[in-house]
Design a protein around this ligand. Structure first.
Ligand SMILES: [Zn+2]
Length: 531
C-alpha cells in the first residue's frame, strides 16, 4: 500500500517564543531554523513580521532554506480594507514562502474580543487569503479556538475553515488554543471537519494543558488530518505545545503510523533528533528534561540489577524502541542498585580492560556513589568519569601540580568614566622540577583562571595548544543542608572531539577549577603525554 504524506510544521520560533523566559535573538532564530530545515521539517514558522524588530529583520531578507519558511500574522482587521491595514501589509511584504494567518473561529470570541459580526469575520478571512494568494504565497489559516468554537457553534466554526479553503488556502489548521480538548473529542471533531474539507488540507495545532497535545495530534491524524504543528521539546506558553521531538519518532517507529505515512525526516536524520533537542536546551540555558521520551538521559536508563542483567542479554526485553534510532544510548546506571556489570559495561565503552573480579571495581563503584551523593554528575561528564575510573585503577600520571592560585575581581571607574569589572588570575604550577608562574586576564574570574592555567604548562604546553572551552554551565544544587555549585565544562580539541568535565564545591571558583583541571588532564591522557 502506498504511504500517504504527512506534513510537519514547526512553530518553535513563533508559538514557542511565547514561553515565559524565552527570548530568541536573530542568530538563535537562524540557527534553530537551520537545524529544523536540516532534519527535514516541512514548514518552519519563523515569527510575526511587524510585531517586533527581530522578526521584522528575520523576514527582511530571503533565508534560502529548503523548508517552507512561514510568516505568521493576523487576518485584516474588521472594518478595514486589505490595502489599508499596516499589520497585513508587513505580513504580505515579508520575505517568506508561506503566510500563516490566524483568525477567530469561535463566535463568542468574534463578538467579545473582536467586537464585530460573524459575517465580517468571514469576509476578513476571505479577503486576507485572497490578498496573500495574489502575492504568490502559500497560505495557511490557523483557526483559533476551533475545538471550543466547534462545541459552541459548529456551523460557524466550520464556515470559518471553509471560507479559507474555498479561497485557496493550502491548509486549514484546527487549533486547540486553550489546550483543554481531549483526544476522543479531537478525533470526533476532526472526523466531522474532513467531511467538508479534504483531510490533506487539514492540520492540527494542539496545546498541552491536559498533557495530551501529542495524543491529540495523533488523534487528529487518525481522523484524517495530514499536517501536525508543534515545537521542539514542546516549548510554548503555559504547559507548552505538541512536542515534535516525541511525535517524530512515534510517526517513524510505530507501525500504525510508519506503515501508513511518510514524513520528511529520514531514518538518518532521526538519529540527529537528540542533538537537535539538546541544542535548543543549550541555547535557552535550560537543563534537558532527563525523563523526556525518546531523547531524555533516562529514556533508556536502567537502574535495577535484575532489569540490567536482562537488558545486557537482550535489550528488547525492557526497551520499546532501539535507543540509537533517535541518537540516544542505553545507560546502565552506576548507582546503589546497580551491580558490577554496569560498571564493567561503562569501562568497556571507554576502552579500559579490567578483570571482572578485580576488587578495584568495587572501590570505583563506592567512589562514584559517594561523589554523586554530593552533587557530581558523571553521566553528564564522560571525561571526568573516565579520569576517575583511570585514577582508581591507578592509570593517570601526575603530570603537574597547581601549588597555588589567586583570583582577583576588581570593579573600578576607567579613564572613560565607565564602571568596569576586570578579573585577574595568577597560577603557580609545578611541572617536574620546574615551577612556573603565569598570570591571566579575563572577562570573569573563571575565564581569567582558565587563561592563566593554560598559558604555560612547560613541557606539556604543546599538547594543550588546540584545547578550547566550548561551553560552561553552572547549576546551584541543594544537597540537603546547604547549596553547592556544580560546574560542567565542555571542551574541544583540534580534532573536533568534545568532552565534558564536572566540578562541585560550595565555591563556584573551586568547582570551576576542578572541571578545568579535569579537562586539561583528560586531554593529556588522550594525547598520550608522557608522565
Ligand atoms: Zn498556539
Amino acid at each position: 500500500m502506498a504511504r500517504e504524506r504527512l506534513y510537519l510544521f514547526d512553530t518553535t520560533l513563533r508559538d514557542g517564543a511565547q514561553t515565559n523566559g524565552v527570548d530568541f535573538t536573530l542568530s538563535d532564530k537562524l540557527a534553530i531554523a537551520g537545524m529544523l530545515d536540516d532534519i527535514g521539517i516541512d514548514y518552519v514558522e519563523g515569527g510575526y513580521p511587524g510585531a517586533n524588530p527581530t522578526d521584522t529583520e528575520l523576514f527582511g531578507q530571503e533565508r534560502k532554506l529548503d523548508t517552507t519558511f512561514t510568516a505568521f500574522g493576523m487576518t485584516r482587521r474588521p472594518g478595514r480594507s486589505t490595502s489599508n491595514d499596516p499589520g497585513l501589509k508587513a505580513l504580505l511584504d515579508a520575505k517568506a514562502d508561506a503566510i500563516c494567518f490566524v483568525a477567530k473561529s469561535w463566535d463568542y470570541h468574534v463578538r467579545v474580543a473582536l467586537e464585530t459580526t460573524p459575517e465580517e469575520n468571514l469576509a476578513s478571512i476571505r479577503d486576507s487569503v485572497r490578498a496573500a494568494k495574489a502575492k504568490g504565497r502559500e497560505v495557511l489559516l490557523d483557526c483559533e479556538h476551533f475545538f471550543d468554537g466547534y462545541k459552541a457553534n459548529p456551523k460557524f466554526a466550520l464556515a470559518c475553515a471553509k471560507a479559507a479553503y474555498d479561497e485557496g488556502a493550502r491548509w486549514v489548521v484546527l487549533c486547540d488554543t486553550n489546550g483543554g480538548t481531549l483526544p476522543h473529542e479531537v478525533e470526533a471533531i476532526v472526523a466531522a471537519v474532513v467531511k467538508v474539507i479534504p483531510g490533506d488540507h487539514v492540520g492540527i495545532h494542539a496545546h498541552n494543558d491536559t498533557e495530551q497535545a501529542v495524543a491529540n495530534s495523533l488523534a487528529a491524524v487518525r481522523a484524517g488530518a495530514r499536517q501536525i504543528q508543534g515545537t521542539l521539546n514542546g516549548l510554548g506558553e503555559r504547559c507548552g505545545n505538541a512536542n515534535l521531538v516525541s511525535i517524530i519518532p512515534t510517526l517513524k517507529l510505530k507501525g500504525e503510523y510508519a506503515d501508513k505515512f511518510d514524513i520528511g525526516v529520514s531514518d538518518e536524520k532521526l538519529k540527529g533528533l537528540l542533538h537537535v533537542s539538546r541544542a535548543l536546551d543549550e541555547m535557552l540555558n535550560r537543563a534537558p528534561n532527563r525523563h523526556a521520551p525518546y531523547v531524555g538521559e533516562s529514556a533508556f536508563a536502567t537502574k535495577a540489577g535484575i532489569h540490567a542483567s536482562a537488558i545486557m542479554k537482550e535489550p528488547a526485553t525492557y526497551e520499546h524502541v532501539a535507543p540509537d534510532t533517535v541518537g540516544n544510548r542505553r545507560r546502565l546506571m552506576v548507582s546503589d542498585q546497580a551491580g558490577r556489570s554496569n560498571v564493567m559495561a561503562e569501562l568497556d565503552r571507554i576502552g579500559l580492560k579490567v578483570e571482572r573480579n578485580d576488587p578495584r571495581i568495587g572501590t570505583l563503584l563506592d567512589v562514584v556513589k559517594e561523589r554523586e551523593a554530593i552533587g557530581y554528575a558523571y553521566e553528564a561528564a564522560d571525561a571526568s568519569f573516565e579520569l576517575l575510573a583511570r585514577r582508581v585503577l591507578g592509570k593517570v600520571p601526575d603530570y603537574f601540580d597547581v601549588v597555588q592560585f589567586d583570583v582577583n575581581v576588581e570593579q573600578r571607574i576607567n579613564a572613560l568614566n565607565q564602571r568596569v569589572t576586570v578579573s585577574m588570575a595568577v597560577v603557580k604550577v609545578k611541572v617536574g622540577d620546574e615551577t612556573l608562574i603565569s598570570a591571566g586576564e579575563g572577562v570573569g574570574p573563571v575565564n581569567a583562571l582558565d587563561v592563566a592555567l593554560r598559558k604555560d604548562l612547560g613541557k606539556y604546553q604543546g599538547y594543550i595548544n588546540g584545547l578550547e572551552l566550548t561551553d560552561y554551565r553552572v547549576r546551584i544544587l541543594n544537597t540537603g543542608t546547604e547549596a553547592v555549585t556544580r560546574v560542567l565544562i565542555e571542551s574541544q580539541d583540534e580534532t573536533g572531539e568534545r568532552w565534558t568535565t564536572v566540578g562541585v564545591s560550595a565555591n563556584i571558583i573551586d568547582a570551576s577549577f576542578q572541571a578545568l583541571m579535569d579537562s586539561i588532564v583528560y586531554k593529556l591522557v588522550k594525547a598520550g603525554a608522557p608522565a
